[in-house]
Design a protein around this ligand. Structure first.
Ligand code: ADP
Ligand code: MG
Length: 320
């Protein structure tokens, strides 16, 4: 690909790209997982794509929140917006370090930078009254209902099958703008690989005098990733998770993997309720928004199929 024709891909990485569900989340484990992801990113760079990476932070923020609670006797606990900023730095560092080392081995010197990113939300977003975003570990129904009783958590069923298919949910307001989008654009124009809007970004609301205030909420990273992709006029929005495709009739005997579909088909399936809220739902919603706003295509697939999906060989690909 010629430099001017290089396509810009915004890649949204799921939690499994950094911490597997059966892991505790040690630094060693997380670096190992980040390395697997970075191998894919290096391939995409070699294919000529310009890259912006965004990522989830559920397990890391969950662990940090426990540290805030447990360490409160010694040092003051930090609120969720600051915990969000901390995880952006933590995960951004792991990607910067790992990618830089891979590229140096290849004799390439590519600037790689993490941008601590604030994302605008509205104070009157209905989600503040009815929380929808799953956070923290998976529980059995019994355990979830016990936590609801004892700690006042809002809890919901997030998967159709399995023993532990319940989770705590917190408010997840809609993102409407990326505060640092001009900085991110400038970095991409300067040929940097940028890591931004981690964990869905730090939710902030704009007061009438223009000041920004951080909030205790979690923005869905796939929806914030779409805002980011739109704000930098990305060509492709690539959402990587732990399933190769989005399915209709998911978890049922007649489930069917979706390949290349139009926005209209995706909207129909979304309305029919095929994609669960808090997991596949926001991915499909974000993909539809991206293509409707002028993006070339949005792709939903698994990490190991990322390169094949970019070449149109697999994954759920949403086009106009
Ligand atoms: P990530 O950390 O990548 O955001 P999520 O757990 O939020 O991952 O979303 C991926 C999950 O969505 C899958 O593991 C799957 O269990 C769930 N899911 C819900 N509905 C569907 C569907 N219709 N097709 C495929 N996966 C679905
Ligand atoms: Mg998710």
């Amino acid at each position: 690909m010629k430099n001017s024709k290089r396509k810009l891909v915004v890649i949204a990485l799921g939690g499994n790209a950094i911490k597997l569900s059966n892991e505790r989340g040690t630094a060693k484990e997380q670096f190992k997982n980040v390395a697997v992801t970075c191998e894919q990113l290096v391939k995409m760079n070699a294919m000529g794509y310009k890259l912006i990476i965004t990522h989830g932070n559920g397990p890391q923020a969950g662990n940090l929140l426990i540290q805030q609670e447990e360490g409160n006797k010694l040092v003051p606990a930090q609120p969720m917006d600051i915990v969000g900023a901390m995880t952006q730095g933590q995960i951004g560092y792991m990607f910067q370090n790992t990618l830089q080392n891979y590229f140096r081995q290849k004799g390439k010197d590519i600037p790689i930078v993490t941008v601590v990113t604030q994302v605008l939300v509205r104070e009157d977003d209905p989600d503040f009254d009815d929380p929808t975003k799953p956070v923290g570990p998976f529980y059995t129904k019994e355990k979830a209902l016990e936590l609801k009783e004892k700690k006042g958590y809002a809890v919901k069923k997030v998967k159709p099958n399995g023993e532990k298919n319940w989770r705590r949910v917190v408010p997840s307001p809609e993102p409407y703008g990326i505060v640092e989008s001009d900085c991110i654009q400038a970095l991409v124009d300067a040929h940097a690989i940028v890591i931004a809007s981690g964990g869905g970004g730090i939710p902030v609301m704009k007061k009438s005098d223009g000041t920004l205030v951080g909030l205790e909420a979690v923005i869905d990273k796939d929806k914030a990733g779409n805002k980011l992709a739109q704000s930098v006029n990305a060509d492709i929005y690539l959402i990587l998770t732990d399933v190769e495709n989005a399915y209709i009739n998911f978890g049922k005997p007649d489930e069917k993997a979706l390949g290349k579909i139009t926005v209209t088909e995706a909207e129909k399936y979304l309305e029919e309720g095929h994609f669960l809220a808090g997991s596949m739902g926001p991915k499909v919603t974000a993909a539809i928004r991206f293509v409707k706003a002028g993006g070339e295509r949005a792709i939903i697939t698994s990490l190991k199929n990322a390169v094949d999906a970019l070449q149109g060989k697999t994954g759920t690909i949403i086009v106009r």
